[in-house]
Design a protein around this ligand. Sequence first.
Ligand code: UD1
Length: 366
Amino acid sequence: MNITIVAGARPNFVKIAPIIKSIEKANLNGIDINYRLVHTGQHYDKIMSESFFNQLEIPEPNVNLECGGGSQAEQTAAIMTKFEKELLNNRPNIVLVVGDVNSTMACTITAKKLCIDVVHVEAGIRSGDMSMPEEINRIVTDAISDHYFTTSEYANENLIDQRVNSEKIHFVGNTMIDSLYENLSKIKRPLFLDNDEIKIKKYFLLTLHRPSNVDDIEKLNKIISSILDFSRDFPIIFPVHPRTKKNLDLLNITSNKLNVIEPQGYLEFLYLIKNSKGIITDSGGITEEATVLNVPCLTLRNTTERPETVVIGTNELIGDNYLLLGKSIEKIIDDNWKKGNIPKHWDGKTSERIVSKLCSLYNCFI
Ligand code: UD1
């Protein structure tokens, strides 16, 4: 069986790495399963892409479609146009997509229109917030996929509500957490910390990249100044996404506590999560990693597509409530935060379950 695996943006790389390892292992064991890796080029900076491939030991992509930048429509259209040619030249039995980025949706539509089966890893998650491009990507991808690999009971229920046949829903767990467990022993202290006063569990980690938080310069300013106001003498480490950098540069914030740094490699970022006092973020994936590492996490959004990180894990939704943000930061500093548990099937074996299920669904046992 031939699978085309699609990856385009940073979180995709973390999700595909363990799936590729499991496919290679199955192949070595004589199972008829091969893959071709397509990088759409949605993320293209060395630090956003190449360093993830190196650290996660992902093989060179067979092809890079080089579709970075552009508006939502331009990016989606460019990926579809180039991916169609790729599929016509190298037709697989199935296309495997992960997550909810533009590449996920664009490649799903393209494959289905060529009558190729699509399997979606991390299917079924929903925030209910239609202003997020990711929510549209999730709904469209899940409307036309053939098999759904899910991370939570919530995701299963969402798919059932969408009238997906339950036989096509496979609750396998979280491949991002496979990568986390695989790499925990390899995490790296970032170089910028070497000659610094920043100590383990004595800093907050901040990440912001959602258009709703960073594209409006006033809002970005309010978020950062509130965090600086409430975090007492705790330094803030802020690896800045390229999208956020444009407005942050204009703000010209000067504070000794704010450590603005480049986006980090995967192993350095895991180090920063694991050793932080708490995390303030608008990412989804980071709330999952924080949950597994039992690190307090504040999400600067009104909704989450990952409710298990709040109900079971260490995450809380803060939205735009700056008073709640302040109180929550103080609770974390005072060691008064809830202790989380680890959601079902987030055990490091999700990719094995996915590959074994694919083999039985598509008869690749020899
Ligand atoms: C994308 C995903 C988001 C995911 C995030 C992780 C969509 C709709 N959004 O958002 O779900 O959480 O990735 O990072 O797919 N840029 C660079 N260098 C890069 C990558 C991007 O300069 O390597 C610039 C782009 O040119 C663009 C901006 O950053 O101007 C945003 O990039 P884009 O891929 O459109 O969306 P993200 O905000 O990264």
